[in-house]
Design a protein around this ligand. Structure first.
Ligand code: IDP
Length: 143
């Protein structure tokens, strides 16, 4: 077991549907600690930069439009095997394939609007955390 940090977004659909608290409860119930958190309304440039690896995909324009359609919550989660643990809490990318009891299975309507983002590897987690948070905004537990 290793203590990891991962990056998470509660996307505009889940924020609009008032699911912030329920989703934070899932993270904390699973033993993940929220060590940084803020609400942001992404600019087009921020969303395009964050999803740059998907810029050639046919859904890129729709993805950027959705991610800028309303505020999001961004957070850093810390815990044992946090990257994989969060991906399991989230469920499959396509909510139609996501198990009940996962965030996408319970709160997402479609692959275009799928409630949450979570880093897929430690390397992307470090990059994504730095994209949104300065070092002094990350607050590991001291007790
Ligand atoms: P992930 O969010 O589960 O890591 P990725 O493949 O990295 O999935 O895709 C990033 C985001 O792009 C997805 O969460 C989803 O919002 C969107 N996306 C991925 N594939 C499709 C698609 O085939 N149609 C529409 N949107 C998609």
């Amino acid at each position: 077991m290793s203590i990891e940090r991962t990056f998470s977004i509660i996307k505009p659909d889940a924020v609009a549907n008032n699911h912030i608290g329920a989703i934070y409860n899932r993270f904390e119930s699973a033993g993940l600690k929220i060590i940084a958190s803020k609400m942001v309304h992404l600019s087009k440039e921020q969303a395009e930069g964050f999803y740059a690896e998907h810029s050639a995909r046919p859904f890129f324009g729709a993805l950027v439009s959705f991610m800028t359609s309303g505020p999001v919550m961004v957070q850093v989660l810390e815990g044992e095997n946090a990257v994989l643990a969060n991906r399991e809490i989230m469920g499959a990318t396509n909510p139609a394939e996501a198990a009940r009891g996962t965030l996408r299975g319970d709160y997402a309507a479609s692959i275009d609007e799928n409630a949450v983002h979570g880093s897929d590897a430690l390397e992307s987690a470090a990059r994504e955390i730095a994209y949104f948070f300065s070092a002094d905004e990350v607050c590991p537990r001291t007790r």
